[in-house]
Design a protein around this ligand. Structure first.
Ligand code: FE
Length: 227
């Protein structure tokens, strides 16, 4: 078996949220898809170890926030590389409540869908929750974020914000890229880290000592020079 074949499957990137006893949690998920039209149903696949899994089981409600392509890496890191058992993932995040009382991300979001769980399918490490849509709104127009696009951005392949002049080969030679050992984010000095006010052309060595990985929050000492 060539596991690379699995990487040829394309996905979106979503934040799936739920609540338990008035406490909110959510996580990044790429496995969200519509099942049927009448009634309108969607399925999400959630790891059994995740706090969101516990919350969905308990409340029987989940909400899917469909992220826009320009969603900040820090938001994906907040919901994808941290655990709701240790941090409040909603701290500093703009959200609103869907009619059922579960939050959706209200900033870089194209649409949200709220669903009530009809059925759970045990899939080993994961549970597939099939839910009937109970509310849904389009919040803005734009291009939905895909998993492939996220991977490109994370590896410094797509400039996130400021349009970039053609990098000079000589500059490229002088400045090394550094890879986060925790999440795989690649710091590219040519791109800097505009979300955190690090301008283009900032070498890794010149980053402030308190700079952290924009995706997962790991410190500079968790980075390795790219081979
Ligand atoms: Fe990281």
């Amino acid at each position: 078996m060539n596991p690379g074949a699995l990487h040829k499957i394309s996905y979106g990137l979503y934040i799936v949220t739920s609540q338990k006893g008035g406490r909110f949690n959510g996580q990044i998920a790429n496995t969200v898809f519509q099942i049927s039209n009448a009634p309108p149903t969607v399925a999400v696949s959630i790891n059994k170890q995740n706090l969101t899994h516990e919350f969905i089981r308990e409340s029987k409600v989940f909400v899917v926030s469909v992220l826009v392509q320009e969603a900040p890496l820090s938001l994906i890191g907040q919901f994808g590389f941290k655990s709701g058992r240790e941090v409040d993932k909603f701290a500093g995040v703009r959200y609103k409540l869907a009619p059922g009382g579960v939050p959706y991300i209200s900033g870089p979001t194209l649409a949200y869908l709220e669903a009530r769980v009809l059925q759970e399918v045990d899939a080993g490490t994961h549970t597939i929750f099939i839910g009937e849509i109970t509310a849904a709104e389009v919040l803005q127009e734009g291009t939905p974020l895909t998993y492939a696009y996220y991977q490109q951005v994370k590896r410094g392949g797509v400039p996130k914000t400021a349009p970039l002049s053609t990098p000079k080969e000589e500059r490229k030679m002088q400045m090394d890229k550094y890879v986060c050992n925790v999440c795989g984010y690649v710091y590219d000095p040519l791109l800097g880290d505009p979300e955190n006010d690090i301008p283009l052309d900032t070498p890794f060595e010149k980053l402030p000592a308190d700079w952290v990985c924009p995706v997962c929050g790991a410190g500079k000492d968790e980075f390795t020079k790219e081979g």
